[in-house]
Write a protein that binds this ligand. Structure first.
Ligand code: PLP
Length: 407
């Protein structure tokens, strides 16, 4: 392959002094505008919960019951299995890991006191999950991702063999970054795990549970119910948030698990805070009304996102389908497309994009420790730029991949 034409095009892009950011999965301004009414939906005298609690004040540690009901409907759980919290589900995941490391799972021996803690990390995966492990010096064991979820033979083998493997990160619906949805069999195999660690936890990050481009919810078996049936009722810790529904910086999040686990978490909360931001929760209740209102709202997000994902797919197919050794996902929801360059080309392709003024999540970030063993994976986040910007960014990207491969 002769690099000259790609190099010439790359130089042309550089002359244009582009400045495009494709790094993180951020909603576009038009998506934020969909929730503008959230800012004004509470009138001057609208601050009482349905039970008459003053939402301006302290209290109601586990969240407003009416906000719990919305999460419960979406996650198909009972309100008693839900704790509604602040603006970030990632903060809840971090805190849960911190709690288990230092205080243990349900009054058990702290993870950190048992030895060198390890987590399974399906890869490619969400870089910030890996950052949480990194922060606590938890060893990350990569597990291959397949089209139906993590390689379950590996997950079963590893969890059964090592009592210091305490957790696994999962994004079961429209996974970050591959966009795949776990198969029914994968979910059931998760529920039926027989970990050597009696205090093993599945971190079930349901960030994209209602983010299907065709609307509605992508149904997969309910992990909490499946774990109950399998005799593992306390194993799953489910997380979700409205970050990609309303405002990523000012939404609401939740943690869901068995009622016993929720009771245990509430005890920690009692020491942590005198109450969450219930005004924010009340705004969400007023603005959306209920789960049905949320699904209708998500249709509007989908209308904005669908053409962007279609544009990415068209560009990749047009420019790169002839390039041997590369492949990519075509997700039906979520926020990302996962792209694999020919072996050994991802870092170079991302660097070329950056030279041309288009920044991607650093190549390798989708693997624990930033180490993509074959240097292939790049996460494409098409949501933030306008269609016009995205078209340009994809031209730069495809040319960079071709140039890296040719070089
Ligand atoms: N989980 C996944 C899989 C994500 O992709 C993201 C954001 O991109 C988050 C969690 C962050 O969620 P939150 O804003 O609720 O902390």
């Amino acid at each position: 392959m002769n690099p000259s034409p790609y190099l010439a095009r790359h130089e042309e892009f550089k002359q244009r002094r582009l400045n495009l950011n494709m790094m993180r999965g951020i909603p576009a301004k038009a998506q934020l505008e969909l929730s503008r009414g959230l800012l004004t939906c509470l009138g001057d005298d609208d601050y009482l919960s349905e039970a008459g609690a003053d939402c301006r004040s302290y209290g109601i540690l586990d969240g407003l019951p009416e906000m719990k009901r919305i999460f419960a409907d979406i996650l198909e759980l009972t309100p008693g299995e839900i704790i509604v919290s602040g603006n970030s589900s990632l903060a809840l995941m971090f805190d849960n890991v911190a709690s288990n490391m230092s205080r243990g799972v349900r009054e058990d021996l702290p993870w950190a006191a048992q030895g060198h803690v390890k987590f399974l990390c399906p890869s490619p995966g969400y870089d910030r999950h890996f950052t949480v492990c990194d922060y606590f010096h938890i060893e990350m064991i990569p597990v291959k991702m397949t089209d139906t979820g993590p390689d379950m033979d590996e997950v079963e083998r590893l969890t059964a063999s090592d009592p210091l493997i305490k957790g696994i990160w999962c994004v079961p619906v429209f996974s970050n970054p591959t966009g795949i949805v776990y198969s029914d069999e994968t979910v059931r195999r998760f529920a039926n795990l027989k970990p050597a660690a009696h205090d093993f936890r599945i971190y079930w990050d349901n960030a994209y549970v209602i983010h299907q481009f065709a609307g509605g919810k992508r149904a997969i078996p309910n992990i909490v119910r499946e774990c109950e049936k399998a005799g593992n009722p306390h194993m799953p810790m489910v997380f979700s948030s409205f970050s990609k529904v309303s405002f990523p910086g000012a939404a609401v999040s939740c943690i869901a698990s068995s009622t016993e686990n929720c009771e245990y978490i509430k005890r920690r909360l009692t020491a942590q805070t005198i109450g969450p931001d219930k005004l924010r929760q009340l705004m969400h209740v007023r603005f959306f009304g209920g789960a049905e209102g949320v699904y209708q709202h998500m249709q509007k997000h989908a209308d904005i996102l669908r053409p962007k994902f279609a544009l990415v797919e068209e560009a990749l197919r047009r420019e790169l389908s002839g390039l041997e050794g590369c492949d990519w996902t075509a997700p039906e929801g979520g926020y990302f497309v996962s792209f694999n360059t020919p072996e050994g080309c991802a870092k170079r392709a991302a660097a070329l994009c950056s030279e041309a003024g288009v920044s991607f999540t650093p190549a390798g970030a989708t693997y624990p420790g930033g180490k993509d063993p074959k240097d292939r994976n790049i996460r494409i986040a098409p949501t933030f730029p306008s269609l016009e910007e995205l078209r340009t960014a994809m031209e730069v990207f495809c040319n960079a991949v071709l140039l890296a491969a040719a070089q």
